[in-house]
Write a protein that binds this ligand. Structure first.
Ligand code: PRP
Ligand code: URA
Length: 209
């Protein structure tokens, strides 16, 4: 699919398999999500533009590469997005952070918004939105609508697991936003869960039901 990158790094795939297992504990699930997010962060930032600055090493002066432009924004779709956010911030500690509070109504599968806080100069920054799960895509589409309404123009979406239905809906709604995921699973079940998936990411991270 155009605009969709599957991050097939062996370490990502190995860790994802352990996360999927139903017997994996909350503590292990959280630790693996944090570890995997650093690898996903590497992939989603792989082609960022560089510029050079003049520096002096102990040996001589040189033009050395640094990231171009303003600091990145990582936008976490709460709650489960925070599991990816932590590892991303380990790699890019200077990034700005946006929080988008959304939960899926279990009956309608429509997102309910309860919080939004973001830097006010989104138009000038690359915004990388993180949420482990792209199921119906209702939450991700609503998050992107909101960010665009607030001025964001350069956005990428990073998730861990996607359903083919969600990828198709997301790409139709936001064809300008590239999607990065570690896997695209078989399908959604009649309750809107990804199959085989890993269950409810937020519940598995925080030990709730
Ligand atoms: C999960 C997940 C996504 C959403 C995906 O969050 O983290 O945000 O569902 O489903 P969708 O693509 O069908 O919208 P949930 O609503 O369970 O909230 P939580 O992170 O607070 O548990
Ligand atoms: N949200 C989850 O956490 N898991 C799914 O499979 C679908 C939505």
């Amino acid at each position: 699919m155009d605009g969709v990158t599957v991050i097939d790094h062996p370490l990502v795939q190995h860790k994802l398999t352990i996360m999927r297992k139903k017997e994996t504990s909350t503590a292990s699930f959280r630790r693996l999500l944090r570890e995997i997010s650093t690898l996903l962060c590497y992939a989603v930032t792989r082609h960022l533009d560089l510029t050079t600055i003049r520096i002096e090493t102990p040996m001589e002066a040189m033009d050395a590469p640094v990231l171009e432009g303003k600091k990145l924004v990582f936008a976490s779709i709460l709650r489960a997005g925070n599991g990816l956010l932590e590892g991303m911030l380990d790699l890019v500690p200077a990034a700005r952070v946006a929080h988008i509070g959304l939960y899926r109504d279990h009956e309608t599968l429509q997102p309910v918004e309860y919080y939004f806080k973001a830097p006010d100069d989104l138009a000038d920054r690359l915004v990388i939105v993180v949420d482990p799960m792209l199921a119906t895509a209702n939450s991700a589409i609503a998050a992107m609508d909101k960010l665009k309404e607030r001025g964001a123009r350069n956005i990428r979406f990073l998730c861990l697991l996607a359903a083919p239905e969600g990828v198709a809906r997301f790409c139709a709604a936001h064809p300008d936003i590239p999607v990065f995921t570690a896997a695209i699973d078989s399908h959604l079940n009649d309750k809107g869960y990804i199959v085989p998936g890993l269950g409810d990411a937020g519940d598995r991270m925080y030990g709730t039901k």
